[in-house]
Design a protein around this ligand. Structure first.
Ligand code: NDP
Length: 261
């Protein structure tokens, strides 16, 4: 079994996941990073992480795995076990927005099903499988192990042109509560990090719209969030720096959801 603590970050080669991977690597975590992209497509991001954070003992690996696919999830955990022999942190970050933003009066069932599979069912059952393994690991040696879900302010803020997305994030909020209620007894922390507007590929198409809103009074801190902002929050949780807080939700949104008159 490796001595370094091991984190599995889904969707870790770009966007928020890459920001999380960088911060975890900077704190000495070994990493298994996943995504839908092939090894060749992910190679540049992995090479850069290794160059920046590899210190000989630190291992950074990539596994092509679709979180929506049960057989991929199974193979992913088998790979983590074969390479690292342990799992300390699971970050359920991978997620998609609807390919077409459609009013909920018109949006398709196809989009709903796709989002539920990727954003909710995938992380829910990856958590189930990881949790069963983590429980066994805890019985062998007690460590700070945890599961961190990347939710969204969309769990509570309605966007009527992407209702399917909002519903998946509301579901992830409940998944965090459920798994916290079930896993705390084993010393496994379960948390949600809830980002607001973060500058990534996902928000590329709406950048102009939100640039103007950010200049106005949408946020208290008038800037886009960065993947690093989220990485800092995740690394704090992964490091065990938020004790006595099962199911905690860290909202990292520049004040987007602070109610004001
Ligand atoms: P990006 O679109 O920039 O990146 C998405 C990542 O998820 C990619 O690495 C992608 O892998 C991976 N991914 C997507 N689908 C799958 C799948 N089926 N299996 C495995 N990996 C998959 O998105 P963000 O970085 O912006 O978003 C990351 C998370 O943060 C999501 O859960 C999102 O909902 C959430 N979030 C984002 C906000 C934002 O403003 N950007 C705000 C609030 C929450 P690949 O590169 O291989 O395609």
């Amino acid at each position: 079994m490796s001595n370094a603590r091991v984190a599995l970050v889904t969707g870790g080669t770009r966007g928020i996941g890459l920001g999380i991977a960088k911060k975890l690597a900077s704190k000495g975590f070994s990493l298994m990073i996943t995504g839908r992209r092939s090894h060749d497509e992910a190679a540049a991001a992995i090479a850069q992480l290794r160059e920046e954070f590899g210190d000989g003992s630190l291992k950074i690996q990539y596994c092509q795995a679709d979180v929506a696919d049960a057989s991929h999830r199974e193979r992913l955990l088998e790979d983590v076990e074969a390479i690292f022999g342990r799992l300390d942190i699971l970050v359920n970050n991978a997620g998609i927005a609807p390919s077409i933003r459609a009013d909920i009066l018109d949006a398709s069932e196809e989009s709903f099903d796709e989002l539920i599979s990727t954003n909710l069912k995938g992380p829910y059952f990856l958590t189930q499988a990881a949790a069963n393994w983590m429980i066994r690991l805890q019985e062998q040696s007690k460590e700070h192990r945890c599961i961190i879900n990347i939710g969204s302010v969309s769990a509570t803020v309605a966007s009527v042109n992407r209702g399917d997305y909002c519903i998946t994030k509301a579901g992830i909020a409940m998944a965090t509560i459920l798994w916290a209620a079930r896993l705390t007894q084993y010393g496994i922390g379960v948390y949600e990090v809830r980002p607001g507007l973060i500058e990534t590929d996902m928000t590329k198409g709406v950048r102009g719209k939100y640039d103007s809103l950010i200049k106005g009074d949408l946020l208290l801190e008038k800037r886009w969030g960065t993947p690093e902002d989220i990485g800092i929050a995740v690394t704090m949780l992964a490091s065990g720096d938020l004790p006595y807080s099962p199911g905690a939700v860290l909202t990292i949104d520049g004040g987007l959801t602070v109610s004001r008159f």
